[in-house]
Write a protein that binds this ligand. Structure first.
Ligand code: UD1
Ligand code: MG
Length: 433
């Protein structure tokens, strides 16, 4: 790190344009809260990260404390000093160089924060060119000099036509902020104290202003659910590309959703329409089309198509076929090829689960466990009424409802005997079959 830097992340806004009860920066992008991304980028670069909060402060503070114990939360005096400039006033950065990041820029990375931190100018801002600058602050540049930022709501038609926009990431020297934050006013369309006015103030006092150029794939701000979808798409493309480079084969990757917390090891195949959520860990496995994996571990196995692994499954050396749902299931060396519900269950090596097998794990009040040993053959359409334990080497006939624990080596059946009535068809319908 060239010099020590403090990073202030602004997350005190109301997020009105999200039209949601959930605070804007807690909306997720690839499974992680939007605020996590600038905070992670900041923590990669700085030992002094301060997150400014006001709206839903307690909820956000709980999230930050849990995810990032090294980041510090501070409160904006929003009633007296609303706006992004007011938010900066709340922080007490300890270093001489200070980076400020909007909390709603989830595509930012540590490299970009580093390049902002590396400059020497008293005021630096991130800019990018957008074919559709609506909503962003326009950056007025004359003869290569950045003069000021004009917010959309304060801009005249000529300024609105500028497509060089403020990315919402800045770097300042501490003495410049000390001198100029008190000079901010709220004489603007939103009656807020804008951080963006610091650029004009820097020019007025003859300070150097510099720009770091980026693009929308790094600097895009998210104010609405429509923008969240665009940003998530970019983030997903980036995440999947890095997984493919590391050896994961993906079929039609644009149809696949991977959580930022999920990990892949060894050669894996992920087919189209697959969703991998939470802290799932997939190792040397194939996940076939349209399967959903939530917070589960899959090792040396194949899953799907159309399978659903709900949270807390550990699947190893196992074949899971279509329309199989598992939950809290530990399967090792198992074949469950078709149409099953396997919940709260442990199944051991060599066991075959017939089509239509259901673990009846819920009695209406409590959940109960099913334990199935090695080399068990479970016939189709078997119900295992939990709690129940099937020892090794048991054969269960198709259509059995198992309510009692069998002994090792048993054949288990619960069928009413089949009856046939000769010639019944013709008598009943009055014609030959
Ligand atoms: C802001 C910039 C705009 C820039 C755009 C980039 C200002 C005035 N405008 O606009 O020039 O092009 O970002 O995305 O800065 N916040 C606070 N306290 C507040 C208000 C906001 O902490 O009182 C936080 C928000 O939680 C958010 C960030 O600051 O994370 C930016 O606020 P937002 O309302 O999204 O600003 P934009 O309208 O997007
Ligand atoms: Mg914004």
């Amino acid at each position: 790190m060239p010099q020590s830097v403090s990073v202030i992340v602004l997350a005190a806004g109301a997020g009105t344009r999200m039209k949601s009860a959930l605070p804007k920066v807690l909306h997720t992008l690839s499974g992680r809260a939007m605020i996590d991304y600038p905070v992670m980028a900041a923590l990669a670069v700085s030992d002094d990260v301060q997150v400014v909060l006001f709206h839903e402060a307690e909820r956000l503070e709980a999230h930050i404390n849990e995810e990032f114990p090294l980041a510090k939360c501070v409160r904006q005096d929003h009633l007296r000093f609303p706006g992004t400039g007011g938010a900066v006033m709340a922080a007490a950065p300890k270093h001489d160089r200070i980076v400020v990041l909007n909390g709603d820029m989830p595509l930012i990375d540590a490299g970009f924060v580093r390049s902002l931190a590396a400059g020497r100018a008293d005021a630096t801002l991130a800019v990018f060119i957008s074919p559709n600058p609506t909503g962003y602050g326009r950056v007025v540049i004359k003869k290569d000099r950045v003069l000021r930022i004009v917010e959309e709501k304060d801009a005249d038609a000529e300024t609105k036509a500028i497509n060089t926009i403020n990315g919402g990431a800045y770097a300042f020297s501490a003495h410049f902020l000390r001198e100029n934050l008190p000079k901010l006013t709220n004489q603007n369309a939103q009656n807020e104290f804008y951080i963006t006015d610091l650029i004009a103030l820097a020019n007025e006092s003859g300070r150097e202003v510099s720009a770091v150029w980026g693009d929308s794939e790094i600097l895009m701000g998210v104010n609405s659910k429509a923008e969240l979808a665009i940003a998530e798409n970019i983030h997903q493309a980036r995440l999947k590309e890095s997984l493919m480079i590391r050896g994961v084969l993906m079929r039609l990757p644009e149809t696949i959703f991977i959580d930022a917390n999920a990990t892949f090891e060894g050669e894996c195949v992920v087919e189209n329409g697959v969703v991998v959520l939470g802290k799932s860990r997939v190792t040397r496995s194939t996940i076939k089309a349209h399967s959903v994996i939530e917070d589960s571990i899959v090792t040396d196995s194949d899953v799907g198509p159309f399978a659903h692994l709900r949270p807390n499954c550990e699947i190893s050396n196992t074949h899971i076929g279509n329309f199989v749902e598992t939950k809290k299931a530990r399967l090792n060396g198992v074949k469950a090829g078709h149409l099953s519900y396997l919940g709260d269950v442990e199944i051991d090596e060599g066991t075959n689960i017939g089509a239509g097998t259901i673990t009846c794990n819920y009695d209406g009040k409590n959940k109960h466990k099913t334990v199935i040993g090695k080399n068990v053959f479970i016939g189709s359409d078997t119900q295992l009424v939990a709690p129940v334990t099937i020892p090794d080497n048991v054969l269960i006939g198709a259509g059995t409802t198992v309510t009692k624990n069998p002994n090792e080596g048993d054949l288990v059946l619960s069928r009413s005997p089949q009856k046939s009535f000769a010639g019944f068809f013709a008598r009943f319908f009055g014609k030959k079959p």
